[in-house]
Design a protein. Structure first.
Length: 267
């Protein structure tokens, strides 16, 4: 099958990884998944392994802090585990594929990478958009293998599996990776955290809850207090504006049923 994706190896040598865990976090509702995986990359000092380019990227560039333009990017990083910690492959980036066909072809390329490194499972991450600001976001789990979902939806991890009726279709890479993964024999789960469903809101609390689950299950060595100290300051500054957004949304949707239902798009 012809691919739309140009994949560049960013290391001099391909690392040897032992049963790595593949974790995806791309932009979506509240950028929950992206925030979580970006934190993993930075906190664990992961090494860039691959970068993706496609002519189906949006026709735009970013202006960086040096006042220069740079292309949007999607990248895979790796981290060798220390002690009993699992080796990791981490997928993050500035965007998601912009149409249905490119989403599918991208997920096929990602699955090839996961199989190349003999990943036993894939974890996708994202947000469940609510019409109110959750005090303590819940984390829900779904997946393409019932046995694997049961391993996550346990009391010790405080992960809920009764997700049917909570969310609509899981649109984008976080959903399609699991769907196509099932066809390719790759098991996977999605960890989805509640967040405020406003396009300008950053789902930092939701991202932290997903990281909490990953740390409890895999002992990755994350300092979540560091995340609280550095990032929750940003949330504090956004809180006033967020409450204004929330009041605006509630006013627009007054009288609507199902106030606590998630929106259809999960990133």
């Amino acid at each position: 099958m012809k691919t739309d994706w140009e994949i560049t190896t960013e290391t001099k040598a391909i690392p040897t990884l032992h049963n790595p865990l593949f974790i995806e976090g791309l932009p979506g509702i509240g950028n929950v998944g992206k925030i979580a995986v970006d934190f993993l990359v930075e906190e664990l000092k992961a090494v860039k392994l691959y970068s993706f380019f496609s002519y189906k990227f949006p026709h735009s560039v970013f202006v960086n802090e040096k006042n220069l333009v740079e292309m949007p990017k999607i990248e895979v990083y790796y981290k060798k585990g220390i002690g009993k910690a699992r080796d990791l492959l981490l997928l993050t980036g500035d965007l998601q594929p912009i149409d249905e066909e490119s989403c599918y072809t991208f997920c096929e390329e990602v699955l090839k990478i996961s199989q190349q490194f003999h990943c036993s499972e894939i974890i996708t991450t994202g947000g469940i958009g609510l019409q109110h600001l959750p005090d303590k976001p819940r984390v829900f789990c779904t997946g393409n293998d019932a046995g694997l979902v049961k391993e996550y939806a346990v009391k010790e991890l405080a992960v809920e599996k009764e997700i049917f009726g909570i969310v609509g279709p899981i649109v984008g890479v976080s959903g399609i990776l699991l769907g196509v993964g099932r066809k390719r024999g790759v098991k996977g789960v999605a960890l989805l955290a509640e967040t405020f469903g406003h396009p300008m809101y950053l789902g930092i609390k939701g991202a932290k809850e997903i990281l909490r689950v990953l740390e409890m299950k895999f002992t990755l060595g994350l300092d979540l207090k560091k995340m609280s100290k550095e990032i929750l300051e940003v949330e504090r500054k956004l809180m006033k504006k967020t409450k204004e957004w929330q009041a605006e949304m509630q006013g627009m949707q007054a009288g609507a049923k199902g106030q606590d239902k998630g929106v259809g798009y999960i990133g």
